[in-house]
Design a protein around this ligand. Structure first.
Ligand code: NAG
Ligand code: NAG
Ligand code: NAG
Length: 432
């Protein structure tokens, strides 16, 4: 455990040296809705008019996002994924929306979404074709960037299908420059590392300079197995990817699938808690027009959202694996900490996990005391704890307990200040 802390801390010093994309956007993880996992490439509007990829789908989502409280808690971007364009570019070489499914065009859709106080995201691809076989942007980066800017698009998800792997970096960087040249602020969501990993370890400082967030691992599916695989990948690579995350640039573990078919309620809580800990973009892919009230309440939980959106923008990481529990921690502003404990045992009933502050890697913040609040599975003020009191939290199979830990300085102000100063320098070694 100590070894992990030391290693991460050394890398953390490196974070501040990595410049982010200078477009002033995504200073907190992006929040919104993205069509892919739930609606995929459903273009059959004759037999499935309610769920096909058409302007109606995004207009209805925008309506619900405002009327059902989503916008109020921070969900802002309504994002189109693949399968929106026509198979032909227009006579000026520009992409155009499928005329049957988007009869009024993307500009009108953007106007509509903006009139609701929301933002519009769109999708394109670095290579010769999108993953779904629609026109790719290779050779058209400037034209496509300008088209999106002219339409009033606010976010671009740029996929990497049908592209030479050795040209990924060049292509993603060129599109970043093309977006900048339009003069419009457009959040730039990349899949550069996802496609580059099979070739070699990606250059994350180059990625952070070009992109606002980036997908590292495979697409999320509507299953616990998929969510677990993404978490495992993230923890396995945390010493490489955690230090580069911060305001302006985030690791993207893909969409929230909460409110669909594949996750139990405990598993939905685990996804929400861990996506908050990972400072992940919160892009829901579900049907907001018809969502179970418990899933809605979870996705709109302001305390969890606040952990995700914390202004210091530090990504959390796995600090311990013990007895089929995983412990993840995320540093928060004000010297606070968020703590997630996941019960990985998929058999039996709730199991108690003993939280002793002294065993947390960041235990020093609790000198002399901490105030502990449980956010999930239910809200509970657990009160002031010293380093050695033992709290037992009960966690269901494949569920997660999410806690916040707030230092209480007590009379020992000077002592605490000393710890705090030390922790801001690279002096953990002498402390531990
Ligand atoms: C373009 O890049 C410059 C220099 O990095 C930056 O100052 C400017 O804000 C960027 N503009 C946009 C629209 O991203
Ligand atoms: C990127 O831009 C450079 C300079 O304009 C150009 O030489 C190169 O071919 C471009 N690469 C890609 C993949 O677009
Ligand atoms: C502990 O936190 C809870 C929840 O934020 C708060 O209501 C309570 O006053 C805090 N207690 C102390 C001693 O700070």
């Amino acid at each position: 455990m100590r070894h992990v802390v030391l290693e991460l801390f050394t890398l953390y010093v490196f974070i501040n040296a990595v410049r982010s994309l200078d477009n002033g956007l995504a200073l907190k993880p992006t929040m919104g809705w993205l069509h892919w996992e739930r609606f995929m490439c459903n273009i059959d509007c004759n037999t499935d008019p309610n769920n096909c990829i058409s302007e109606n789908l995004y207009m209805q989502m925008a309506d619900v996002m405002v009327s059902a409280g989503w916008k109020e808690v921070g969900y802002e971007y309504v994002c189109i994924d693949d399968c929106w364009p026509s198979h032909q570019r227009d006579d000026k070489g520009r992409l155009q929306a499928d005329p049957k499914r988007f009869p009024r065009g993307i500009k009108k859709l953007a106007d509509y979404v903006h009139s609701k106080g929301l933002k519009l995201g769109i999708y394109a691809d670095l290579g010769t074709e999108t993953c779904g076989g629609f026109p790719g942007s290779l050779g058209y980066y400037d034209i496509d960037a300008q088209t999106f800017a002219d339409w009033g698009v606010d976010l671009l998800k740029f996929d990497g299908c049908y592209m030479k792997l050795t040209l990924l970096g060049e292509g993603y960087t060129n599109m970043s420059i093309a977006l900048n040249k339009t003069g419009r602020g457009i959040v730039y969501s990349c899949e550069w590392p996802l496609y580059e990993w099979p070739l070699h370890q990606p250059d994350y400082s180059a990625i952070r300079k070009a992109c606002n967030h980036w997908r590292n691992s495979e697409d999320v599916f509507d299953s616990w197995n998929s969510v677990k695989t993404i978490l495992e990948w993230t923890a396995d690579h945390q010493d490489i990817i955690v230090p580069v995350a911060g305001p302006g640039g985030w690791n993207d573990p893909d969409m929230l699938v909460i409110g669909n078919f594949g996750l139990s309620h405990d598993q939905q809580e685990s996804q929400m808690a861990l996506w908050a800990i990972m400072a992940a973009p919160l892009l829901m892919s579900n049907d907001l027009r018809d969502i179970c009230p418990r899933s809605k309440e979870l996705l709109q939980n302001k305390r969890i959202i606040a952990i995700n959106q914390d202004p210091i923008g530090k990504q959390g990481y796995r600090t311990a694996k013990v007895n089929n529990f995983e412990v993840w921690e995320k540093p928060l502003s004000g010297g606070r900490l968020a703590l997630a404990v996941m019960n990985k045992y998929e058999i039996g009933g709730p199991r108690g996990f003993p939280v002793t502050l002294a065993t947390l890697p960041s235990w020093k913040i609790c000198t002399p005391q901490c105030n502990v609040t449980q956010v999930l599975p239910s809200y509970k003020e657990l009160g002031v704890q010293t380093l050695f009191t033992k709290l037992i939290v009960a966690i269901n199979p494949s569920g997660t307990a999410l806690l916040t830990v707030t230092p209480i300085k007590g009379d020992n102000n000077i002592q605490w200040q000393l710890w705090n100063d030390r922790s801001n320098k690279n002096s953990h070694k002498s402390v531990l």
